[in-house]
Design a protein around this ligand. Structure first.
Ligand code: HEM
Length: 311
């Protein structure tokens, strides 16, 4: 393929994991669109260039536009699967929506750099947006979620990260962009930690210490990995690229769950399988120990799309 005509993806969409992250959620001020379009392109380009400047600390990031704000910012064209967060609820398992206009996601192995960049990005947006939520994520132990289980093991690796996360020729105007879903989960760790290890392992479907996947016949239908390991009508695995990290403080902590994908359907089907289950009464028992506080849907366009729309 001719690299000259390939739109440039935002580097944080497919980047490997880091030690630290900062998540900034903004809402746009009234009638700011004409000034925001060039500003959004500048911020994304700035983040892209910092990846070179801070390559030693593996800096990366992306900027994404909220599903409900997209048409205001870019009225001329819309990614064909972009829609609001798919809220769902069954018994006391809730996946509520909390949408934002803009999401800036930056990650690095040095926290001071992130702090500096987060301030600079906020300054670049000054007068155009309101910062409505901010979280800081961190690597916990050897890539574990705060439940103590290694998270990310079955993520796509190498080039298949791009294959899974980036839109291709199926929507040419949005090639190299990505559908982003974010849920801030707050864990009930005191409840979780009272469970014996074996029960915790049955809920995840992997062993805790050594992170070994259960044999297929041993995986409970209510285990997390059973519920999210889905196949499409042709028997092909439905995949997403997870960029989640633990966040929070002693008061409130959990997982910033982030799904990046070339379509919006895979995430929605997985969430449905967790919350509503398999139609035989088997939902994801991990949801008894964690609660989604937010649910937001975004699209992270290519740098070239934002640049073209800026003028
Ligand atoms: C796998 C934790 C929410 C999709 C896993 C694994 C853990 C985990 C420990 C096993 C290791 C791995 O392969 O990464 C959590 C926690 C969550 C959460 C603590 C929330 C509190 C979600 C949500 C989705 C999801 C909301 C999608 C809607 C997946 C997928 C896998 C996975 C696709 C890989 C399954 C496989 O192929 O084996 N998760 N997860 N997770 N999770 Fe989650």
């Amino acid at each position: 393929m001719d690299n000259q005509v390939m739109p440039r993806e935002q580097l944080g969409v497919c980047a490997e994991g880091n030690l630290h992250s900062v998540y900034l959620m903004f809402n746009a001020n009234e009638a700011a669109e004409s000034q925001l379009r060039p500003c959004v392109a500048n911020v994304a380009q700035y983040v892209y260039e910092l990846a070179d400047q801070y390559a030693d600390s593996a800096f990366n990031g992306f900027l994404a536009i909220g599903a409900n704000y997209w048409d205001s910012l870019y009225p001329s064209a819309r990614p064909n699967q972009l829609k609001p967060f798919p809220t769902m609820s069954a018994d006391n398992r809730d996946a509520p929506a909390l949408e934002y206009d803009l999401f800036v996601h930056i990650r690095c192995d040095r926290f001071d750099i992130l702090h500096l960049v987060a301030n600079e990005v906020s300054q670049m947006f000054e007068g155009l947006v309101e910062l409505v939520d901010e979280e800081r994520g961190f690597r916990f132990m050897d890539n574990r979620d705060l439940t103590g289980f290694v998270d990310g093991t079955e993520n796509p690796k190498g080039r298949s990260r791009q294959e899974v996360a980036l839109v291709g020729d199926e929507d040419v105007s949005f090639k190299a962009g990505s559908y982003i879903h974010v849920q801030k989960f707050a864990h009930n760790l005191s409840k979780w930690n009272r469970l014996p290890h074996k029960k915790q392992e049955d809920i995840i479907g992997r062993t805790k210490q050594d992170n070994i996947e259960y044999a297929s016949e041993d995986k409970p239908l209510t285990s997390h990995i059973k519920r999210v390991n889905l196949k499409d009508a042709d028997g092909k695995s439905m995949e997403i690229l997870r960029q989640s990290m633990p966040y929070g403080s002693v008061k409130e902590q959990g997982l910033m769950f982030i799904s990046n994908c070339r379509n919006s359907n895979n995430f929605e089907k997985m969430l449905e399988s967790m919350v509503h289950g398999d139609g035989q009464g088997n939902h994801d028992h991990l949801l008894h120990f964690t609660q989604a506080l937010t649910g937001s849907s975004f699209f992270a366009p290519s740098l070239d799309f934002m640049e073209t729309e800026a003028s």
